[in-house]
Every structure is written in C-alpha cells, then in structure tokens.
Design a protein around this ligand. Structure first.
Ligand SMILES: O=C(CO)COP(=O)(O)O
Ligand SMILES: [Zn+2]
Length: 214
C-alpha cells in the first residue's frame, strides 16, 4: 500500500472507531508500518475523530522522527510491539469502556478475557492483563517487551487495550473484538454463562492454525 493510501486508511479507521464510541475525546493512539520500514503515528493530543492524514508523525526505519506532528506519548508501547513481533504492521490503543470496566474487576492476569466466542479466540489469542501505569510511562513498553512477542493483545488495567495486527485493518478488527468480548463478559458475569471449553478452543487453534501462547 502506498504511504498516501496508508495515511488515509489510518485516519478513516480511527474515525470509524471514534464514531462508534470505541474511544473518546483525545484518547487512544494508532501506528502503522510503512513499506520502507518506517512508521506513521497519530500525533499526541489528537482526536481519533479528526486525524489529519498530512499531519501524522512519520518515523524512518532507524526510529528517527522525520516529519509530521509530535507523536503519541505512548511510543514506547507501540515500538515494543514492533520490536518483539516481526508480524506487526499496526498497533492500536483505545480507551474502550467495557474493557476498562472489566479490568477493574477480579481477573486472571494471564487470561484477561475468557474464551467466549470463536472470533474472540481467533482474533486475539490469550490477552494479558498488565498492571496500572501512568499514561506515557515507558515501563509499559518494558512490560510488553517482557512478553517476548507471545501476545498480540494486552489490557492496561484501568486504562485500555493495546493490540497489534498484521495491518491497520487487522489491528482494528482485533481491538473491536476485544471490546465486544469484554462487553459479553460483563453482560454475563455471575450468570453461570457457558464459555467455550478447552476442546472447543483447541479445535479452533488447529482449524485456523492460530498462534496460541499455551
Ligand atoms: O491514550 C492516550 C494515552 O494513553 C492518549 O495519549 P496521546 O494523545 O499522547 O496519544
Ligand atoms: Zn491511553
């Protein structure tokens, strides 16, 4: 994809997320790999509803900020995914309401989301719950590096999800799936809901050749 098309796609999908309330105000950030090995990144303090393709921060393949506005304060978080997951072509972070609510309740840190639906399993794998950090704290990037590329999705407690995908569309689909699964988990909490059992999860992993951090 040309850089011009990628710029348009980042802004279009970010606006779609914003318009559906998946992140609000000036929260969230998004980045994508360019064909030359660089990155395009949403500027700090901007709204997903109004990103300007011409003003995205651009980094070269060596990681130097070459033009565009000042990038998100969560750069260490984004670069941690690119550096540890060779397949990552895009990273999206949101402040999506249901996943943030769920992160405030008792949870299994290794499996923030229970396996409830096939697409939850297929698009996210196992989601790691990370502790609370101050926004912009580079320690978040270190926490992601500590996962050694084994997880494509993490949840920052009391803050929001961060998801890497092979491209912008895949990363957006996955973060939407994370929020939808968190919503289902909240809706059915304490109701004795039937999730997928171990056999059903294993069947999905083999049928779709899923990356699964067992
Ligand atoms: O979500 C955010 C911080 O976690 C938004 O920060 P930026 O505006 O710097 O991208
Ligand atoms: Zn945030």
């Amino acid at each position: 994809m040309s850089e011009a098309a990628l710029r348009e796609q980042i802004c279009l999908l970010a606006k779609s997320l914003f318009d559906r309330g998946l992140t609000h105000g000036s929260t969230g950030n998004i980045s994508a790999r360019t064909e030359d090995g660089g990155l395009l990144v949403s500027p700090t303090g901007t709204s997903f509803g109004r990103l300007d393709p011409a003003r995205l921060a651009r980094f070269d393949a060596a990681g130097a900020h070459v033009d565009g506005d000042k990038p998100t304060k969560e750069m260490p978080l984004h670069t941690a995914f690119y550096d540890t997951r060779g397949t990552a072509g895009a990273v999206v972070h949101l402040h999506s309401c249901h996943s943030v609510a769920l992160s405030m309740l008792e949870a299994d840190e290794e499996d923030f989301l229970p396996p409830l639906t096939p697409y939850g399993v297929m698009l996210l794998g196992r989601v790691k719950l990370l502790p609370f950090f101050l926004p912009g704290d580079p320690a978040m990037g270190e926490a992601v590096r500590g996962l050694a590329g084994k997880r494509s999705a993490v949840m920052l407690a009391n803050h929001g999800p961060v998801v890497a995908g092979k491209d912008v569309e895949a990363a957006c689909n996955a973060v939407e799936e994370l929020e939808a699964t968190a919503k289902l988990a909240l809706m059915t909490r304490g109701m004795g809901a039937r999730g997928l059992d171990g056999g059903q999860v294993q069947a999905l992993v083999s049928k779709f050749n899923l990356e699964w951090d067992a």
